[in-house]
Design a protein around this ligand. Structure first.
Ligand code: FAD
Length: 542
């Protein structure tokens, strides 16, 4: 990179303006960190990709103050059931129905502060982008591509091309986040490798205009219809209240790409009726299960699809990436704001990579039970054998598919108990189950949620930094000790003492230290150690 190039300086440079890059910009921007996001494209389009912003991502949206904006941006009405219908064809025999998939029903559940939201990824990105633009320390640059990177002990130098003007710039940052997706340029430039299995099979995603289908649909209103038949297995669902539908059709590993007209024919067979349709978008994709061998190279961190890829069944990709952005965001901000210790950033990989490995395994399990793999013989006849085959398959779906659609244990079960910046308790945490989420305040787990008597979420009482949650009176001296040790370290600490008789039992201790990401860092009846050393451990100081 020639010295004559104009050089701009920032604290964090984020490469990639997808959901992960934008979420990282928000987490950093809310903490006052000067951040530049560069994105090579405009990121508009009709291809929805992720369609569910899950419970945990919605809780982050709430923390950022934009949960209602996400809900308002969904093209489906609030009362649209988040159910999944399984049928042989849309106009065929119903096999099963899984209600309240992803926990998207608008009901108050004691276990979480926000239900999931059905919303296309491009709409989520629009809300994130518009919010990021309001943060004074964040600057978004579209039409800018990174094509070179070097780093030293002091910072990262990025070579940037203004794609339209074909002009080169340089940005010097203290840290860089590579949120540049599955084909990450940064990952290749810094020599990080992906391990695992490539391209299981080809799939075709379509967005279609199918006039009248919503009115004619004989199945109950739902967000997804799994169509299980031998000649055109796939998944379809509504994109809005009008005539726009998405379809995901299986192609098989060595199948060639269908033309638009054969793709439409395949969708018609899946639906089981002759109906006019227009293809709005056509997108071929393959499922992978890959994870980066390391998430950090010096001052450069990988997040989202840049470091983990899994089949989209279960809806984890974008949501896992948003959680990466949160974890990395508060830690980078703590470091740059001076109160994060020298070991804090190392905990990003040690906390997030085992979770990605667990979720990749889940997504691969789900991939073993996609529509084409559920097909049985004699599903579509009217004879007794077919009735019996449908009943058996329906029961199998009812037993097995909640593992894909009701996995609160995965969504809320991130476990950082082995992290070096978490202080373990005297007993081991209960095993994290993939479906059943059992709230526990064991250090490393997500702080258990409660709706308080005044209707507020307990999480609304937590601060942006650490929170010392006092579940029972009688520890005032210890609280004072924490507050002055935090002040000496310029570590942001809020004290929350909501009056609620259930808190003491739910948290299993009188005092609980909660991290900026709402995970428990420590809990105890009282301070049995010097608060300064406790805070030093959780902030990653040596
Ligand atoms: C068919 C399909 C269905 C899916 N369904 C779900 C789902 O239901 N739930 C779910 O959670 N996830 C789902 N996913 C996954 C989800 O789409 C991804 O996990 C998510 O987009 C990852 O976000 P990201 O920000 O890491 O990467 P991306 O969204 O890929 O964004 C990376 C950005 O970086 C930019 N970029 C790349 N290189 C450069 C460069 N050199 N300079 C500047 N910019 C650069 C790219 O232009 C891109 O905009 C699905 C994916 C697919 C393909």
């Amino acid at each position: 990179m020639a010295d004559a190039l104009s050089t701009e300086k920032t604290q964090v440079l984020i490469v990639g303006g997808g959901p992960v890059g934008l979420s990282a910009a928000i987490e950093l921007g809310r903490r006052g960190i000067r951040t530049i996001v560069i994105e090579q494209n405009e990121r508009v389009g009709q291809q929805p990709r992720a369609k569910t912003t899950n419970v945990r991502s919605m809780e982050h949206m709430r923390r950022w103050g934009i949960a209602e904006r996400i809900r308002a941006a969904s093209p489906l009405p609030a009362d649209h059931p988040t159910d999944i219908v399984f049928a042989t064809r849309l106009f065929g025999h119903r096999l099963a129905l899984i209600a309240n998939a992803f926990y998207g029903a608008r009901v108050k559940d004691e276990r979480f502060s926000e239900p999931a939201q059905w919303i296309p990824q491009y709409s989520v990105e629009t809300v994130l982008r518009d919010f990021a633009l309001t943060l004074p320390s964040v600057s978004l640059r579209f039409g800018m591509r990174l094509d070179a990177v070097t780093q030293s002990a002091h910072g990262v130098d990025a070579g940037i091309v203004d794609v339209a003007a074909e002009k080169h710039h340089r940005i010097r940052a203290t840290y860089m986040i590579a949120a540049d997706g599955a084909r990450s340029t940064v990952r290749k430039l810094v020599g990080v490798h992906m391990e695992g299995a490539h391209a299981y099979a080809q799939n075709l995603n379509l967005v279609l205009r199918i006039p009248g289908l919503g009115r004619l649909n004989p199945q109950p209103c739902a967000i997804m219809y799994w169509l299980i038949n031998p000649d055109a297995p796939g998944v379809v669902g509504p994109m809005d209240r009008g005539d726009t539908w998405y379809a995901m059709m299986a192609l098989g590993k060595d199948a060639g790409a269908p033309t638009e007209s054969t793709a439409k024919e395949q969708v018609r067979r899946a639906l089981g009726i002759e109906i006019e349709m227009e293809v709005l978008t056509y997108h071929l994709w393959a499922a992978h299960s890959l994870i980066a061998d390391r998430y950090r190279k010096g001052r450069i961190f990988l997040a989202g699809d840049a470091c983990h890829l899994h089949p989209p069944f279960g809806g984890y990709g974008m949501n896992m990436g948003i959680a990466d952005a949160v974890d990395l965001g508060w830690k980078l901000a703590a470091t740059l704001n001076g109160w994060g210790g020298s070991r804090l950033l190392a905990s990003y990989q040690s906390e997030r990579r085992p979770i990605h490995q667990r979720v990749i395994n889940e997504a691969v399990e789900n991939y073993a039970a996609i529509p084409q793999k559920l097909v049985r013989t004699d599903l579509e006849g009217d004879d007794l054998a077919s009735v019996s085959a449908r009943k058996t398959l329906g029961a199998h779906i009812f037993d097995s598919k909640p593992r894909e659609f009701k996995t609160l244990g995965v969504v809320l079960g991130d476990d950082y108990s082995a992290s070096p910046i978490v202080i373990p308790g005297s007993d081991a945490p209960p095993p994290a189950h993939f479906m059943n989420y059992v709230p526990t305040a064991h250090p490393g787990r997500l702080a258990p949620h409660l709706w308080l008597a005044d209707g507020a979420s307990l999480y609304d009482r937590f601060g942006d930094g650490y929170t010392l949650l006092v579940t029972e009176r009688g520890a005032e001296h210890d609280v004072d000790g924490f507050v002055s040790a935090a002040r000496e370290r310029a570590l942001p600490l809020a004290v929350a003492a909501p009056e609620d008789d259930r808190l003491r039992d739910l948290y299993g201790a009188r005092l609980v230290l909660i991290r900026p990401d709402q995970h428990v860092a420590w809990r105890g009846e009282r301070l049995d150690r010097d608060p300064a050393s406790l805070l030093d451990r959780v902030r990653g100081a040596p």
